[in-house]
Design a protein around this ligand. Structure first.
Ligand code: MTE
Ligand code: HPA
Ligand code: MOS
Length: 798
């Protein structure tokens, strides 16, 4: 029996804007009045910082002469690692990241010294006058070679399930899987997956200014103000309470400002500390791209056994994350790749191995999906390869392998509880007319020798929670002023994703207010302390819940006051449309406007501010046994993409995309739709056009938009149909049963890559499996086409 899901009928504009108010900065964004860090201060007395970076990828510094830098026009201060008062370490989780190089250079672009000058131009010009001599060694750049040579930033992790049981015996964990050896059919292969530059519109930036009591205030574009505060304190050697880190908004973060905004803030802070003056640090785009980490490139291999129906019985998947020179966030990134090596499928007996290669590139970091996208690609390759091996439609193979009752435990022991993905795929299949289009495309390809079309429907099952369990906590404060206006703050940061809007909506809803009565101001570490980064898509899940608790506390106090003061029926009290309503004990209707209620409460000395705290329940993962429940729940999505390629040039475009995405009970459908569309396009860029190239010397050759191609307006799908799943609230008790939306849609773009492979394989009448590493640039598509044509000819002549 087919299980279909009702899609929404379009609602009126009015109903839509009530439920889906615009981003609180939407007008500011489009009119240019929303202020970013660079706009905060522009006074003449402010100093500017620039860094001198390594020109070698792997070397020992033999001589540094900065005299010419010091005497350059406008230069006020120059410092190196020798001048750091506290410790020279800005590693996010593990040590290994010096703020400034100490003798050894680990990648081309690593900061060696800082210059502070009266103008930005003077600071940047002075950096070029440094005399630095190196004793160069050959850089290690290939992650597979790194693993062979045991060059790792952290030890490997292994997950194993055999005969349905997780194997915790260390010695046996990596032994061959018997079920793989005995399977009827097998596919195996290797896949190289490229990294990705964040290309936030606003680059990394921070301003530090002297603050009272020998303290510092750092205005910074960061997803993690508490980390900036902590590292500034450690590098300078003063307690955290003397530093405040502040961020009003970022012009995009995408994970690139989770850990790697901190050194930028710390350098500005150190310069401010030394000079006693305000200092701004902002890099030119090219330097930003050389200095800061990117999405981890991965080298993966897979060996999968399956039966005649295309159902997987055993899978060995080995993932090598190229971490660059230091650990940064790579423990979590490779773990998440491993957690998502199954995507939405029950993979039978499983052996998943995750390696963390240490190479001489910049330290790779968080990027939307946090290893999940890289982890999912091998199993999606396998689905298509199984289909072509058995002559089945890839969609049928995918559907047969989905998690379902009885086959609902992941290879790391978490039970999949909300079985939405099957019905979602069925619905999308029908709505997108998958079957008839598949047939039409096959016919088109038969009569079109050069231009070929491809189609693919792929699922996403993305785990929500930080995989580092302790990060799943948040705090908020809500204050009601005597005029009834409300100011809220929480630990989350705004990077364009609409978090502040969602939190305002939640506070307004709890207090029965219209949205304009509630405001959120800059995130600051002296408002809410010890915050987690805004990441793992959990910003709203965590912070909106904390803010709701704070609002409920205030509501509780107001109700208690009103009940006593006006002799009211407790059950009758409620807040609605900016007013308080109740029935008196004598049965009369009672109403006060919200400002009146607040004013009365104030006069009766009722506290009108409160804090809230939230920690995600149920979660935990034991690295020793490689088993547990790392995620509170999963978010789902499915996409069908149709592409067209020119098999003589490799040029390609996306003709049509249909998406059905699960956000539970949406907090804001307009914002969520924006996240789905933006996520898909960003994923499409990662998989098709955005290519990072390092040359043999370890120099990044694609350090600017002329050589690094992000999706442009004209790359958007010609026909783009996005629907949010409705009527399926989160089965867990998240904020109003919504689901996180920030990262999951990114992986919907895997359907585009699978469709490209489908189009290429049409050259062999769908019999051969193309090798298509990512990004699938026109060159790679062309080479894959040529390869399939050659193999096809070999087959015919044999
Ligand atoms: N959307 C915009 N516009 N800008 C961003 O920088 N970052 C993404 C996603 N969507 C991002 C974005 C990433 S990597 C994450 S983890 C989430 O937003 C973070 O915000 P949330 O947890 O509030 O969803
Ligand atoms: N996702 C994103 N960022 C993170 C995570 C995660 O799971 N863990 C630590 N930082
Ligand atoms: Mo997002 S990669 O978790 O900042």
């Amino acid at each position: 029996m087919r299980q279909l899901i009702d899609l929404p009928t379009p609602s009126s504009d009015k109903a839509r804007t009530d439920k889906a108010p615009a981003h609180d900065s939407a007008k500011g964004h489009v009119s240019g009045t929303a202020r970013y860090t660079d706009d905060v201060y522009r006074h003449a007395a402010m100093l500017h910082l620039a860094v001198g970076v390594s020109t070698k990828a792997h070397a020992q510094i033999t001589k540094i002469d900065l005299d010419a830098v010091r005497s350059a026009p406008g230069v006020i201060d120059v410092f190196t690692s020798q001048d750091i008062p506290g410790h020279n370490e800005v590693g996010a989780v593990f040590p290994g990241d010096p703020l400034l190089v100490e003798g050894r250079v680990s990648y081309a672009g690593q900061p060696i010294f800082a210059v502070v000058a009266d103008t930005l131009r003077h600071a940047r010009q002075a950096t070029s006058l440094a005399q630095i001599e190196y004793k160069s060694e050959s850089p290690l750049l290939d992650p597979a070679v790194a693993i062979e040579e045991n060059s790792v930033v952290l030890p490997k992790h292994v997950q194993r399930r055999e005969a349905g049981q997780n194997i915790i015996d260390e010695a046996h964990r990596e032994a061959p899987l018997p079920a793989l050896e005995s399977a009827q059919h097998r596919v195996s292969g290797r896949l190289d997956v490229g990294g990705q530059e964040h290309f936030y519109l606003e680059g990394q930036i921070a301003i530090a200014e002297p603050w009272e009591d020998d303290g510092l205030r750092v205005v910074t574009s960061t997803q993690h103000p508490s980390e900036v505060q902590k590292l500034v304190a450690e590098v300078i050697g003063i307690p955290l309470h003397r530093i405040v880190a502040e961020v009003r908004r970022m012009g995009g973060g995408f994970g690139g400002k989770e850990s790697q905004a901190a050194p930028v803030g710390v350098l500005a802070a150190l310069a401010c500390w030394r000079t006693g003056r305000s200092v701004k640090f902002r890099m030119p785009r090219e330097i930003d791209m050389r200095v800061t980490g990117k999405r981890h490139p991965f080298r993966s291999s897979y060996d999968v056994g399956f039966n005649d129906e295309g159902v997987i019985e055993a899978a060995k998947i080995e993932l090598i994350g190229n971490c660059g020179y230091s650990p940064d966030l790579s423990e979590g990134v490779v773990d998440r790749a491993m957690f998502h090596a199954d995507n939405a499928y029950y993979i039978g007996d499983a052996l998943v191995i995750g390696h963390r290669a240490k190479t001489n590139t910049v330290s790779h970091t968080a990027f939307r999906g946090f290893g999940g996208p890289q982890g999912m690609l091998p199993i999606e390759t396998v689905m298509d390869d199984i289909a072509r091996t058995l002559g089945l439609d890839p969609l049928d193979v995918r559907k047969r392998n989905l998690y379902r009752t009885g086959k609902d435990e992941t290879h790391y022991g978490q039970k999949v509880e909300q079985h939405l993905i099957g019905p979602m795929m069925e619905t999308l299949e029908e709505r997108s007319e998958y079957r008839s289009r598949r047939q039409k495309i096959a016919e088109f390809n038969k009569q079109s020798p050069i231009i070929k079309r491809g189609l693919a429907l792929t699922p996403v099952q993305f785990g929500i929670s930080f995989t580092a369990t302790h990060l799943n906590q948040a705090g908020a404060i809500v204050r009601v002023y005597t005029d009834g206006s409300v100011l809220a703050n929480h630990g989350g940061t705004e990077m364009g994703q609409g978090l502040h809007t969602k939190v305002c909506q939640v506070v307004a809803r709890e207090l029965g207010l219209s949205l304009e009565n509630v405001r959120i101001s800059a995130t600051r570490t002296d408002k809410v302390p010890n915050t987690s980064p805004t990441a793992a898509s959990s910003g709203a899940d965590l912070n909106a819940m904390a803010a709701r608790k704070a609002a409920l506390e205030i509501k509780q106090r107001l109700f208690q006051f009103a009940q006593d003061e006006y002799a009211l029926e407790p059950a009758s009290m409620h807040l609605e449309e900016n007013a308080f309503h109740a029935t008196t004990l004598t049965g009369d209707a009672f109403t006060l406007s919200w400002p009146e209620l607040v004013q009365q409460a104030y006069l009766h000395r009722i506290p009108l501010f409160s804090e809230g705290f939230y920690a995600t329940p149920k979660i935990g993962y034991d690295k020793k046994t490689a088993r547990g429940r790392p995620f509170y729940y999963y978010a789902y999505g499915a996409a069908v993409t149709e592409v067209e390629i020119d098999t003589l040039t490799g040029e390609n475009r996306v003709r049509r995309v249909d998406i059905l995405h699960d956000v539970g009970e949406s907090l804001n459908p307009a914002i969520d739709r924006g996240q789905v569309e933006g996520g898909y396009i960003q994923g499409l860029g990662w998989l098709t056009t955005e290519e990072l190239v390092w040359n043999d010397d370890g120099q990044l050759m694609t350090a600017g938009p002329s050589t690094y191609k992000i999706p442009a307006y004209s790359d958007a799908p010609i026909d783009f149909r996005v629907n949010l799943l409705e009527g399926h609230p989160n089965s867990e008790a998240t904020i109003y049963h919504s689901k996180a939306v920030g990262e999951p849609p990114f992986m919907l773009a895997i359907s585009a890559w699978a469709a490209l492979r489908d189009a290429i394989s049409s050259l062999s009448d769908y019999a051969l499996n193309p090798v298509l590493n990512t990004p699938a640039t026109p060159e790679r598509i062309l080479f894959a086409c040529n390869k399939i044509r050659e193999r096809q000819e070999d087959k015919v002549s044999a």
